[in-house]
Design a protein around this ligand. Sequence first.
Ligand code: FAD
Length: 452
Amino acid sequence: MASDLTLNESDHDQLVSGRSPWGGTSIRPPYKSLSDSFHIDVAVIGGGITGALAAEVLTARGLSVCIIDREQPGLGSTAASTAMLQWEIDRQLSELEEFYGFERASATYRRSVIAVHGLADLITTHGIACQFQPRSSLYITSGPTGAHELAYEYDLRRRAGLQGRLLEHPDLMAEFDIDRDGAILSPGSAEVDPLLLTWGLLDIGIKRGARLVNASAVRLHAGGAHVTIETDGPYEIEADNVVLATGYSMPGIDMPKLHRTLSSYAIATAPQAPETLWRDGLLLWEDTHPYLYARTTADHRIVAGGEDDETIDPQERDSKLPAKIAAIREKLRLIWPEADMRVDYAWCGTFGETVDGLPLIGPVPGVPRVYAAYGYGGNGITFSYMAAQMIGAMISGVRRDWFDDFALDRDGPPSKFTWEAEERIVTPPPLDVTQDGDIESVVPSSPVSSTS
Ligand SMILES: Cc1cc2nc3c(=O)[nH]c(=O)nc-3n(C[C@H](O)[C@H](O)[C@H](O)COP(=O)(O)OP(=O)(O)OC[C@H]3O[C@@H](n4cnc5c(N)ncnc54)[C@H](O)[C@@H]3O)c2cc1C
């Protein structure tokens, strides 16, 4: 059965804008124009964190690999990531339990734990210089209802064998100086600089013989013994298998109804006096709607984000950036009043989500030999690691029953759980951004770029 797949043309500046603090002065991977047609074992389309992880796994398996990117690898959504590597999924375990039952929900959470451990091992084994730090996370709630739900979530996690500690208000105040009704403190997460990680991984793949080429994949012709990738130039690539790691520039495949696209916003403050930061570099995240999350960086900045918005129109998204910055700063001030709120970086980008908070990984239905690696939401990078491992196994002929839990054509939660029932997006009232004289200076018009 022959089938064609047309790829999406959205480029980086449609998907992300602003400036993020990542990349430093690191050297970008060598990136050459496509100058011939050739055959390869696996073509990975997209050189962001997902493609870089896939290339690492596939080259480690001894396969010949080509990574195709039409723009500078890493400067898409990867550069917009706040790069908290959490095993806690955007959906609480209690929500997943409601969707899929306890066994499947807890197995999914445990796979996420394994993925963060695996990624940490990969980084340390190869000594990738990406400001990797193991971190605990603090999931914070407010109000009696929130505290009650948190206690239930904590019990469920214990039953699932997940590590953590429930903190009530007095402990939270005494240990962390955070004035909220409760929190779950969980070990086993981490933080990185996502660009340095991506470039480090690409470098490993290239040293193992992978080709990194500059081209736009326009169309795939599948159905025979290989897939032909038509590019925007005169050359074609023939591959035994193709991995779609195109980020939020997603092709017109029949995505399950459980997926939607939003915009998300983030800031990085000026460097803080280290003694004024919260303890242990915890990854903070709140259960409020719209939510706030925050982490620190190697140079003592606070990176905070959230304020998801339904708009996906790039101009409208960018026009909201000043108000979103102000809202994130205000929420950060409420949780950590000691912070120096001067903002050095601000950015925003397209953000994909699924109803169940789980990624879409595996064979593209109806398009033989083509695998999709779409990791969504706040666990995007954790899921990219998972996708690389799963697709590496699938290409080698390995099948596991649990792969179906992440399949593109999975059923998803029962139909009563819809986006309409969600309150995750609340449009904040307009804020007087002129109260913060320094905001305008960090609202840029150019795409997200590293500081180099
Ligand atoms: C504000 C924000 C905060 C986030 N915070 C976190 C977080 O804390 N933790 C976390 O884990 N995740 C987070 N995420 C999600 C995470 O950033 C993404 O899941 C991840 O970066 C996606 O990486 P990717 O490699 O799939 O996509 P990208 O980095 O966008 O890479 C895809 C690449 O594919 C290329 N491409 C696309 N189509 C083609 C084509 N047809 N031909 C050639 N090249 C093509 C593009 O040029 C691009 O370079 C966040 C996202 C946003 C926007």
